[in-house]
Ligand binder design. Structure first.
Ligand SMILES: Nc1ncnc2c1ncn2[C@@H]1O[C@H](COP(=O)(O)OP(=O)(O)OP(=O)(O)O)[C@@H](O)[C@H]1O
Ligand SMILES: [Mg+2]
Length: 380
């Protein structure tokens, strides 16, 4: 039987749980022409949420057209313009036959090179001439508005891994160009999202940056306990396996409500269970989860300095707040108090920890468990 749990990739339908308030917030933004800047650490469910909201919005209103772009696959500004144009044309034309005409119609000054293959959906490509792009980027950045007005639709441009623009040649100039053109749009709404929280905060919350106050900055939370517990029991029931509430709760709380890991642990428990979940099955499944991830974690540890690892040890030992006290510094060999600040910054940059209510926490709950149960036990 197929596992009812899914981890990795975008989840939808039966595998998507709750987030009704988050969906509402996005839908309201789309409707009210408010741009969204959605941030969360990796694998908390940003992409799944946006796709879900997009699906609900387009089911409700066929005038909504969603254009998805992932900056992960885009190397430079020129490629971005080509991909943006291509996707906008695709999502706003009903038939492939219209694509070429629309591309010509909406791009007056730039002559795009269009290729279309046997399967138009996968083999359609638009390449813009590099020299003309730099002269006419604003035409490209306004094409969504032109199409939206012409076709009487609303376009929602969703850009994933937005922080990747920092790899472009001149990221600041690029942001200025986007902002200068996009801020006038009335029928295009932007939803920018990504996982490098600190980098994105710098883009969105620093007064001197172009995207400052561009929209609703939305820090996505993990999923609440009730929804996750309800979800796991429903999936077990559906597949005719039994799980007591205390065990569903344990799956959720041991993974600290992390959507990806809750699904992964639930999946392992489900696989290890014939009929009824027991405490022993829960323990074995946790071990399985750590074993499956251990190569990754060992690699992660190799990139850290001794003092950084010592700092993580202090976190797992639940040192209360004061990491800069002489006692903690001595006990955990952290160097100087200046060093503690540096360690914290470096670990935050690597997205291993975050500081929440002035307390450093390890972001990955399974990595923390692995440190505690395996790594620090072996390396006392
Ligand atoms: N609403 C949800 N209900 C149940 N599980 C979810 C939900 N959202 C996310 N997950 C779990 O988390 C995993 C990652 O989700 P998703 O890819 O949407 O996150 P992300 O924040 O976009 O991740 P990344 O930072 O890697 O792009 C999913 O495969 C699924 O296991
Ligand atoms: Mg994603």
């Amino acid at each position: 039987m197929k596992s009812p749990f899914q981890f990795g990739g975008i989840v939808s339908g039966n595998s998507f749980t709750n987030r009704s308030n988050d969906i509402k917030r996005l839908l309201t933004n789309f409707e009210s022409n408010i741009n969204t800047l959605l941030l969360s650490p990796r694998r908390w469910g940003k992409s799944s949420l946006i796709y879900k909201a997009a699906q609900i919005a387009s089911d409700k209103n066929s005038n909504y057209k969603f254009c998805f772009i992932d900056l992960f696959n885009i190397r430079d500004e020129n490629e971005f313009y080509s991909v943006l144009t291509k996707e906008l044309i695709k999502v706003t034309s009903s038939k492939p036959e219209e694509w070429i005409n629309n591309a010509r119609k909406f791009l007056k000054r730039i002559t795009p090179k269009i290729t279309i293959g046997i399967d138009p959906y996968t083999d359609f490509d638009i390449k813009l001439d590099v020299d003309t792009i730099q002269e006419s980027y604003s035409e490209i950045l306004n094409i969504s508005e032109k199409i939206a007005n012409n076709k009487k639709v609303k376009i929602i441009v969703c850009i994933d891994e937005f922080q990747n623009l920092s790899h472009f040649n001149n990221p600041l100039l690029f942001q200025k160009r986007l902002r200068a053109n996009w801020q006038h749009h009335k029928n295009t709404v932007y939803c920018l999202f990504g996982s490098k929280r600190h980098m994105l905060m710098e883009l969105f919350e620093n007064k001197s940056m172009p995207f400052y106050k561009f929209g609703d900055t939305f820090y996505l939370d993990k999923i609440d306990t009730d929804s996750l517990v309800g979800y796991i029991s429903k999936q077990f029931k559906r597949t005719k396996k039994d799980i007591e509430p205390k065990f569903t709760l344990e799956i959720v709380s041991s993974m600290r409500n992390h959507p990806y890991y809750v699904q992964q642990l639930a999946h392992l428990v489900w696989i290890n269970t014939n009929k009824k979940v027991s405490k022993q099955i829960i323990n074995i499944s946790k071990e399985d989860l750590l074993n499956q991830n251990s190569i990754l974690y060992e690699k992660e540890i190799e990139t850290l300095s001794t003092t950084q690892i010592n700092f993580l040890r202090a976190i797992t030992n639940n040192i209360k707040n004061n990491f800069s006290s002489t006692k903690t510094i001595q006990e955990y060999n952290l160097g100087t108090s200046g060093n503690v600040i540096k360690i914290k910054k470096a670990l935050m940059k690597k997205e291993i920890i975050d500081v929440i209510n002035s307390k450093p926490v390890i972001l990955d709950p399974a990595f923390e468990l692995w440190l505690e149960k395996i790594y620090f036990r072996l390396n006392k």
